[in-house]
Write a protein that binds this ligand. Structure first.
Ligand code: GTP
Ligand code: ZN
Length: 354
C-alpha cells in the first residue's frame, strides 16, 4: 500500500491520471507518494505536500529509466520508501502525463520537467514583444502535450495593448488563449484563474526580464516559502523552502527550475506542422499540390495567413531540418555546397572568358 493524503497532495498538483497508476504499483510497507522538486546527480528533493525531504533514487530505478531513454525530472510523481536510519529512497516513477525535454548538443534528450498542465508563455508588451518567438514556444510546449497560454505582461506601461493583442489574435490559432496582465497587480490572479484550479500545475516560460519572477510572486504571494512547514519526523533531511515548486494560495502550483528558465525551444517538423495547422489545412486548397505559398498563383495560404507568420513557419522548418541533421549529414551538406559553389564560380569565369 502506498500512503498519501489526496487533499494535501492535490495542492502540489496530484490528479487522477497519476492516481490511476497507483493501484498497480507494488511498494514496500509505509511507502509514500511524493513529488520531485529537485534533481541532482547523487540526490533528489521530494515534496510530500507539506515539506521537502532529501532522498536518493534506487540505482535499479535510474538504470531502468535510462534504458527507456528517460530520466527523473522536476515535477515527477515518485514512490518513496523509508529505509533504516530514516533514509528515503525513490523506488518508482509514475509515468508522467506530460514531459518537457530538451535536446542536448550530443542529440540526447534531457528531461526538464514533468506533469505540467499549462505553460504560460510570458512576453512583455514592451520591446520584448515578438510574435515569432511566441510561435516557437507554442510549437514546443505542444510537442510536450502541455497547453500553451500566451501571457502579455506590462499592460501598465501605456503601450498600445489593444493593437498588439489584435495583432497576435489575428496571427495565432483561435484556440490559444491570450491574456494581458500587469504582473505587479493582484488582478493577475483573477485573470489567470482558469489555469490555476486545484491540482493544476503550470510553468512560466519566456525571455529574461519579461516578468516571470514577478508574476510567480504575485500568484504565490501568500505562500512564498512553500516548503517552510518544518517537520521533524526523522525521515530524510528536511529543507525549508521549495526552490522549484511554488504553491498558489487559491489553487494550482508553479514549477520553476533553472532548466526551464534557460530552455531554448527546439522541435521537429511534424510538431511544427501541428502547431501551424491553420497553414497546413489551407495548403490543401492551393492550386498547386506542391505550392510553397511564395509567388504561385491560386495560393490559398497567402490570402489568409499573416505574411510574417508564414515566413516564421518556413524559417522554423528550415531550423528543424538543420538541427535534425547528424554531424555526418552536416559535413556532407557542406561538401555538396562547396561543389555547387565551385561549379558556379567556374561557370562565371567561363562566361567572362568567352
Ligand atoms: N511595469 C511593469 N513592470 C514589470 C511587470 N512585470 C515585471 N516587471 C518588471 O520587469 C523587471 C523584470 O522582471 P522579472 O520578474 O525579474 O523578469 P523574469 O522574467 O523573471 O526575468 P529572469 O529572471 O531574468 O528570467 C522587474 O524590474 C519587474 O519589476 C509588469 O507587468 N509591469
Ligand atoms: Zn499556397
Amino acid at each position: 500500500m502506498i500512503e498519501f493524503d489526496f487533499a494535501v497532495l492535490r495542492r502540489i498538483g496530484l490528479n487522477n491520471s497519476i492516481l490511476a497508476q497507483l493501484s498497480m504499483a507494488e511498494a514496500a510497507p509505509g511507502a509514500q507518494l511524493m513529488r520531485l522538486t529537485e534533481v541532482q546527480r547523487d540526490w533528489q528533493t521530494v515534496h510530500d505536500g507539506q515539506a521537502e525531504h532529501r532522498a536518493r533514487a534506487l540505482p535499479r530505478l535510474l538504470s531502468s529509466l535510462q534504458e527507456q531513454g528517460s530520466g527523473l525530472a522536476v515535477g515527477d510523481w515518485v514512490v518513496v520508501e523509508s529505509h533504516a536510519h530514516g533514509e528515503l529512497w525513490i523506488s518508482r516513477r509514475l509515468s508522467p502525463f506530460t514531459h518537457i525535454a530538451r535536446r542536448a548538443n550530443d542529440g540526447r534528450r534531457q528531461p526538464l520537467a514533468s506533469n505540467i498542465d499549462t505553460a504560460l508563455l510570458v512576453m512583455g508588451l514592451d520591446n520584448d514583444f515578438n510574435p515569432r518567438r511566441v510561435e516557437r514556444y507554442i510549437a514546443l510546449v505542444q510537442a510536450a502535450e502541455v497547453a500553451p497560454v500566451v501571457v502579455l505582461s506590462k499592460t501598465d506601461l501605456g503601450i498600445d495593448v489593444d493593437n498588439r493583442i489584435a495583432e497576435l489574435r489575428q496571427r495565432l490559432p483561435s484556440y490559444i488563449p491570450i491574456v494581458a496582465i500587469n504582473s505587479l497587480s493582484m488582478m493577475a490572479n483573477t485573470e489567470l484563474k482558469p489555469w490555476l484550479g486545484n491540482g493544476q500545475t503550470i510553468c512560466l516560460l519566456g525571455a529574461s526580464g519579461t516578468g516571470k519572477s514577478t508574476l510567480t510572486n504575485t500568484l504565490t504571494s501568500a505562500h512564498q516559502e512553500t516548503g517552510g512547514n518544518r517537520k521533524s519526523d526523522g525521515r530524510g533531511r528536511h529543507t525549508t523552502t521549495a526552490r522549484s515548486l511554488h504553491i498558489c494560495p487559491d489553487g494550482g502550483c508553479i514549477i520553476d527550475t533553472p532548466g526551464l528558465r534557460t530552455w531554448r525551444p527546439d522541435a521537429d517538423g511534424e510538431t511544427l506542422a501541428a502547431t501551424f495547422d491553420d497553414i497546413e489545412s489551407l495548403a490543401a486548397h492551393c492550386q498547386f499540390h506542391d505550392c510553397r505559398h511564395e509567388a504561385e498563383p491560386g495560393c490559398a495560404v497567402r490570402e489568409q495567413i499573416d505574411p510574417d507568420r508564414l515566413l516564421n513557419y518556413h524559417k522554423l522548418l528550415r531550423d528543424v531540418q538543420r538541427s535534425q541533421q547528424t554531424p555526418l549529414d552536416k559535413i556532407s551538406a557542406r561538401a555538396k555546397w562547396k561543389v555547387i559553389i565551385k561549379a558556379a564560380r567556374t561557370r562565371g569565369r567561363d562566361k567572362r572568358s568567352v
